[in-house]
Ligand binder design. Structure first.
Ligand SMILES: CC(C)(COP(=O)(O)OP(=O)(O)OC[C@H]1O[C@@H](n2cnc3c(N)ncnc32)[C@H](O)[C@@H]1OP(=O)(O)O)[C@@H](O)C(=O)NCCC(=O)NCCS
Length: 185
């Protein structure tokens, strides 16, 4: 297991990103079968085989992507990733999801901040994008607090359990100023 990034929270807790291991199965499967977590996602509810496949894929690190477990004081509470989508720009995308027991405490905002840093530095990305369902106000807020700008609405962008849904498209450029106190308030 490899530690990728970490942050000491004001509460004193340690929020870390590290590579997945097969031993993470129970914690991953708990949130991957929670309707609150997969509600807007193309995946879910996961079978045990799908959770094992997810962990195996995340463990097979690629050169142009970082896929990691979100760990709070040694407890796996979610997953996060940032990956290259176009080497020419260079552009990339990020995503995250947390066990619903840990929502509303600023963890995803902190995780997205770490992913932005990894995308701009480790992966050398210039244009980072993220999408979320228009109804996913918490995710839109996480992106806004991390300095992402809303670019528009992608029609029928995803197919979620047979139903098309739109997405909001957000971006942040490496040359953008850091998020203002106003965006974070
Ligand atoms: C999106 C998600 C990661 C947010 O995690 P989180 O740890 O609760 O996020 P944070 O606590 O850092 O911040 C959430 C922000 O959204 C706000 N928020 C939450 N629910 C909201 C709602 N229904 N309407 C408006 N704002 C909302 C919170 O108030 C907070 O903003 P604030 O700090 O200004 O008060 C979590 O809900 C999740 O895992 N969802 C399922 C997977 C998912 O949707 N992933 C994103 C795919 S694009």
């Amino acid at each position: 297991m490899q530690k990728i990034a970490q942050l000491q929270l004001p509460s004193g807790q340690l929020l870390a990103l590290r590579t997945f291991t097969e031993e993470d199965f129970d914690e991953v499967h708990e949130y991957a079968t929670d309707p609150l977590v997969y509600r807007y996602a193309e995946w879910g509810p996961n079978t045990e085989a799908q959770t094992r496949e997810f962990i195996a894929q995340a463990m097979a690190q690629q050169e142009d992507s970082i896929s990691c477990a979100v760990v709070l004081d040694d407890q796996v509470i979610g997953a996060a990733a940032v990956w290259s989508t176009d080497a020419t720009v260079p552009a990339g995308e990020l995503g995250y999801g947390l066990n619903s027991k840990y929502w509303g405490r600023g963890y995803a905002t902190a995780v997205a901040g770490l992913l932005v840093e990894l995308g701009f530095t480790t992966l050398g990305i210039h244009r980072l994008t993220a999408t979320c369902a228009p109804a996913n106000a918490a995710s839109a807020r996480v992106l806004q607090k991390n300095g992402f700008k809303l670019e528009g609405r992608l029609r029928d962008h995803k197919r979620v359990r047979g139903e098309f849904r739109d997405s909001l498209l957000f971006s942040r450029l490496r040359t953008d100023p850091p998020p203002s106190a106003e965006a974070q308030a």
